[in-house]
Design a protein around this ligand. Structure first.
Ligand code: 5AD
Ligand code: SF4
Length: 452
């Protein structure tokens, strides 16, 4: 979702005649789109911001203009200015559609000599001598404006993301997202469909619909409880000429009704892949996490999906080391992980986030135990995903060619309908085309083969 927001921000600059540079030392403005979901992500963003501010010193005292946006910016607001008084702006999650406007205004003022007051040589800036602009105010309409895309490069663009909603209405005890992204706001269905049509007209073949709880689309409030809104949206996108593939992320088990499960059988463009966060395999921990489902009903969804689409690929998110997670709880997670047969997973060590419900509990599982549980699950995952990949050898897969691969000349990468990365020889003309690739070998992360 942050990638998508960043693309929208980049498109705002392009709309205003600016260019995007790959070389940060050349930038007049640098925007860091931050994440707050775990401590590690915050530390990374702070390090990056510090580095960009430091870039000014050897080159030019005034540029780049440096701004923090996104979830950590929202959560910390003016505290980021206390931490980094040289920063130029901090803008929250409800201001994403205004970032270029904010940054360019500061840039123009800075060029006219208006900005952070000059300091005597050697003096350190403090929040008092900082002119940083902070805007973390709410805007209940902000979700309507995340609809800008970068122009397609000279070769075509195969895939695009569409944000269909902002915010989250769940209250998972560990999660900072509802606090920093606000209540769920869905975009009007027609706006999303016309954005998808525009993308199809520009050559895009694959659309991924994005939301914190994407399958709660259209169910934002008591008086908007239309349980079929999401499948209606999927149907409408399925009807668009030119779109060949549809994906979405991330759904929540509580909203995964039979209509959505049946959509896999009914909609030919809906790909056989789902990322369905499980978080834990223990009912005790799920309850403590305020995830309103039992592991048996989670596994039932998986069963039904496999029944509709036997070759479906299923990935998940798991948190290990939630407060009071016992060895037995963890064993239940391992068991569920195996039963579900995930072939991909993101496994996270619990990280207390200030302002969440669970941050008030002692972070009781020692770091070494979290690390051990993390490693054990990663081991299980490696086995399961190798077994899954093995089944591809010798098969022919439909692949959508996305881009040149990072390694090797004439090598390109694309994905199967099951979201596996495939590497094969092709030419730039093949980008955004569906090709058939015969899979000859596998690695942990990719399938390798040739177009047939
Ligand atoms: N600690 C660890 N992992 C977390 N996630 C969300 N909050 C936390 C936290 N406090 C994980 C969840 C979620 C994914 C995006 O990040 O697994 O699905
Ligand atoms: Fe966070 Fe839960 Fe909302 Fe996902 S569903 S964003 S984990 S609160």
């Amino acid at each position: 979702m942050n990638d998508r927001d960043s693309e929208d921000i980049a498109a705002q600059f392009i709309e205003r005649g600016w260019e995007i540079t790959e070389d940060e030392t050349q930038a007049d403005v640098a925007v860091v789109n931050t994440c707050a979901v775990r401590e590690q992500a915050e530390l990374k963003a702070i390090g990056k911001l510090g580095h960009l501010i430091w870039l000014r010193k050897p080159i030019d005292a005034d540029f780049p203009i440096v701004g923090a946006v996104g979830c950590m910016a929202q959560n910390r607001g003016a505290d980021l200015v206390k931490l980094m008084p040289d920063i130029d702006f901090v803008a929250g999650t409800r201001q994403t559609h205004r970032i270029a406007e904010i940054a360019i205004d500061i840039f123009n003022k800075r060029k006219a000599g208006i900005g952070h007051p000059k300091l005597p040589k050697g003096a350190k800036r403090t929040p008092k001598t900082s002119a940083a602009a902070v805007d973390i105010s709410d805007n209940l309409q902000s979700h309507l404006y995340i609809n800008k895309h970068l122009p397609a490069p000279s070769s075509k663009r195969a895939c695009a993301f569409i944000s269909i909603m902002q915010g989250c209405q769940m209250n998972c005890s560990y999660c900072i997202v509802p606090k920093v992204r606000g209540k769920q706001r869905s975009r009007p269905l027609e706006d999303i469909v016309s954005e998808a049509k525009r993308l199809a007209d520009s050559g895009v073949k694959e659309i991924t619909l994005l939301g914190q709880v994407v399958n709660a689309f259209g169910r934002d409030s008591e008086n908007a409880k239309d349980p079929a809104a999401f499948t209606r949206l999927l149907r409408a996108i399925n009807d668009i000429d030119g779109i060949e593939r549809i994906r979405f992320t991330s759904p929540h088990p509580s909203y995964f009704g039979d209509d959505l499960i049946n959509a896999y059988a009914e909609l030919p463009k809906l790909c056989e892949y789902v990322h369905l966060p499980m978080q834990s395999g223990s009912d005790t921990i799920l309850k403590a996490m305020r995830r309103p489902y039992k592991i048996s009903s989670f596994l039932k969804i998986i069963d039904k999906l496999r029944d509709r689409k036997p070759n479906i690929s299923i990935s998940t998110d798991v948190i290990v080391g939630y407060p009071n997670e016992t060895d037995t709880d963890f064993e239940q997670t391992r068991q569920a992980f195996k039963t579900a047969g995930f072939d991909m997973a993101f496994i996270f060590k619990y990280s207390p986030r200030m302002g969440t419900e669970s941050a008030r509990l002692p972070d009781s599982v020692p770091e070494e135990v979290k690390e051990m549980r993390n490693q054990i699950l990663l081991g299980d995952l490696a086995e399961q995903s190798m077994r899954y990949h093995d089944k591809f050898i010798g098969t022919t897969q439909e692949v959508l060619v996305e881009s040149a691969a990072k390694r090797g000349e004439n090598l390109f990468m694309g994905r199967t309908r099951t979201h596996r990365k495939a590497i094969f020889r092709a030419s730039p003309d093949d980008i955004a085309k569906l090709v058939n690739v015969k899979i000859n070998s596998i690695t942990v992360t990719a399938l390798e083969g040739e177009i047939v």
